[in-house]
Each structure stands twice: as structure tokens, then as C-alpha cells.
Design a protein around this ligand. Sequence first.
Ligand code: AMP
Ligand code: ZN
Ligand code: ZN
Length: 303
Amino acid sequence: MRKCIKCGEKAQVYLPQHRLSLCKQHYLEWFDNRVEKTIKEFKMFTRKDKVLVAVSGGKDSLSLWKSLINLGYDADGFYINLGIGEYSQKSYELAKSFSEKVGKTLHIVSLYKEIVPIPEMRKYDSRPACSVCGTVKRYYMNKFAKENGYKIIATGHNLDDEAAVLFSNTLNWSVEYLKRQYPVLPEEDGFIRKVKPLCKISEKESAMYAVLSGIDYIEEECPFSEGATSIDYKMFLAQLEEKSPGTKLRFYSEFLRKMYPILKQSEEKPKLQPCKICGEPSTNEICAVCNLKMKISQKEAKA
Ligand code: AMP
Ligand code: ZN
Ligand code: ZN
């Protein structure tokens, strides 16, 4: 029987990459400490900042929100109803009931009111659903945070997400993306600062935190994410991790420590301008979301 290294009680969790056995209470503490350390390491925010946590109803974003509350940060939630049938309905209910349980505000934006639901959006944009969805989510997160006095947007991206993106960007030598792969995107040109406090926490670790904290979360993946290449990269990295625990964390942390500072020196910032219609930052005169809205109204006028 493994024993908790802190108190000697029966361990509930074993973390091979850290060679740590912990009981429930000490695991929850370990997780909160790791989140706190990451926030400090990358100077993400302080207890004076108003943080908006983007919650999807999944284990990562709800664990993040819970941990920030435990740590005494001023954190409200933000949920975008993507209008993806039962998946959205269920994730909304879980995010809502969590917010009620912790007594924090959950702000909600519904795509069917703002634009059109994701399944319908595919008719107007030929890119894969996940790309369109990502663009729309980033747009509304930024706009909402700015209009409501939040200085920081925190997302639940975890180590597995970041390592998979890093792996894909490295395989393709997407240098321009690598230059921006950092857990803090600073506030500039109309963008609010965006942070990823779970970047050094694996998917399994955040799932264990959710379960041991009694958080009810949506286990299903978004139906549109099926077949995404990032899933193959995650599986491949999981195999390496299984053989050699710590590989994923080393791959990501050492990129940030050794490679990112070199790449950043030659970063060319994209030229941004306020969108002529909505004023949000954009690389073109009209931003991607306003463009989409125009396409939708043109199609509707023809129909
Ligand atoms: P995903 O792109 O689905 O892996 O989600 C990455 C992060 O984006 C999550 O951890 C959340 O912080 C945020 N997010 C995803 N979906 C939503 C949503 N519907 N509403 C608000 N935030 C979301
Ligand atoms: Zn213990
Ligand atoms: Zn616009």
C-alpha cells in the first residue's frame, strides 16, 4: 500500500512523473499549490485583479475555477453557449450548477442570440468546425471581458493540450505559432491578457482534482472534435509518457525555458486595427466575426 508522503495515511493518488503519493487532502493542496506556483512563475495575475474564467463545463476549466477560488483569487465564470445540441445543454447545466454551488457569478453569452449556433455556422465558413469555433470563442471572451471590467481571461488549457500543440507546431516547423506559444498572451492592441494556469497540470491530474473535489463535469468531448489531429498527437505523447513518466512535462517546460526566449527575439507582431464594424482588434479592416455575420445576412437575404 502506498502512503501519502505528507501524512502517512493511505494514498489515493500516485503521480509517477513527480514520484508522489498523496492522500485526498494533500493531493488537493498539491494541485492548488501547483496552480499558484504557475501563476507566480509566469506573472499571470495577482489577488487584486478581476479574473474571468472561461468555463466549458469540462474537468479542466471547472477545476481551474475551483482552485482559483480556493486560492482566494477574484474569479467569475464565463460560459459561451455554442448551441451544439445536447452537448451544449448538458455542459451549460453543469457550469451553472457549479457556479451556484460555489456562489460565484457565471456570465453567459449565447451564440444563437449573437450570431448563429456552431452547427449552422459551418454552412457559412469552409474551415473545420473547431477553427471557426475557436475564432468565435476568442472573440466573445475578449469582447465580454473588456466590456465588463475584467483584466484577465483564464482558460483551462492543460499540459496535454499545450504539449500536443507544441508537438504539432514542431512537426510542421510552424515557427510563427511557436513564437506565440506561451501561457501568457499580454494585453495589447485591444486584446485582454489571456492566461493558462493549468499549463503544467496534466489532463489526468485535473480529472482527479475534479473527482476528489466532488465537481460534476461533462465527460463527453464536443461532437465536432472527433477526428481532430490533436487527438492523435495526444495519444502518441501518452504512449511516450507511459514508457517514460515526465516526458510531456519536460518537452513543454524545456521549450518554455530554452527555446521560447530565443524564438521570441525575432517575433514580428501582426499589425492590428480596430474592426470598422465592431471595434474589436483585427488583422483586416473587418474582423472574422463581423465578416461571418455579413455572410449570414447576405445568404438570408437571398433565401
Ligand atoms: P477546448 O478548446 O474545448 O479544449 O477548450 C479550451 C478552453 O477554452 C477550456 O478549458 C475553457 O477554458 C475554454 N472554453 C471552451 N469551451 C468554452 C465555452 N463553451 N465557454 C467558455 N469557455 C470555453
Ligand atoms: Zn496526506
Ligand atoms: Zn468586427
